[in-house]
Design a protein around this ligand. Structure first.
Ligand code: DX5
Ligand code: ZN
Length: 220
């Protein structure tokens, strides 16, 4: 199995010391920093918004992977791009005019991703798959860190890989929610490219070491 791109999620970091968390990511083997923006409407929780993303963007050296769990993302993507997002991911379920959302993100010079909730079939992405830089397959219902990985996700990753092969689509497959050392290899085997990890990284005793282990899928 290939080595994953790893995107630790800031949601599980100590919010009083975000600077420390950002430095840790920059000095670690992690590839991107994943930022979870929640609006209390699309998901039943509020995390952080523009101002935090902006401040983190000023110090972060690695690519910033912004996951928007918000309604009407078209109102805010310009600001997130300016704040330093390298990838902006919007939710399929929050976008009745998805082509327009994707084009808007690309016009800002940012990579475009679409996320699907655990119950949303991957086939729904067929009409846009060739336009995407990233597909984010949620492996928990979005809104909170520390939830249990939904096993069904593995089938969805395989299906998506097949669809992408048939269409020669180049998007990266990112998996988010309940990812840790216990399932990382299985998820990669199913066909993922990028793993998001929140509590399994920042909740561990030695986040730096955990990142290293996740990158090597436990084969250190
Ligand atoms: C969930 C977020 C995730 C979350 C993952 O709504 O999109 O990115 O931070 O947290 P863990 O890895 O703890 O499940
Ligand atoms: Zn996320």
């Amino acid at each position: 199995i290939k080595e994953p791109l790893l995107a630790p999620s800031l949601l599980a970091a100590d919010f009083l010391h975000l600077n420390k968390a950002v430095k840790l990511i920059d000095e670690s083997e992690a590839d991107w920093l994943h930022m979870d923006v929640m609006d209390g409407r699309f998901v039943p929780n509020i995390s952080f918004g523009m101002m935090v993303v902006e401040q983190v963007g000023k110090v972060l050296e690695k690519p910033m992977d912004v996951h928007l769990m918000i309604e009407e993302p078209e109102k805010y993507v310009t600001q997130f791009a300016k704040a330093g997002a390298d990838t902006i991911t919007v939710h399929y379920e929050a976008c009745p005019h998805l082509h327009r959302n994707i084009q808007q993100i690309k016009d800002l010079g940012v990579k475009a991703g679409v996320a699907i909730n655990p119950h949303t079939p991957v086939a729904l992405l067929e009409p846009v798959i060739e336009d995407l830089d990233l597909v984010l397959v949620m492996s928990v219902n979005p809104g909170f860190g520390g939830q249990k990985f939904i096993f069904e996700t593995l089938y969805k990753i395989r299906q998506l890989r097949q669809i992408m092969q048939d269409r020669n689509a180049k998007a990266l497959i990112e998996v988010d929610g309940g990812v840790g050392l216990q399932n990382a290899a299985k998820i990669m085997e199913a066909g993922a490219d990028v793993l998001v990890a929140g509590s399994s990284v920042f909740g561990s005793e030695d986040p730096m070491e955990t990142i290293k282990k996740l990158k090597s899928l436990g084969n250190l």
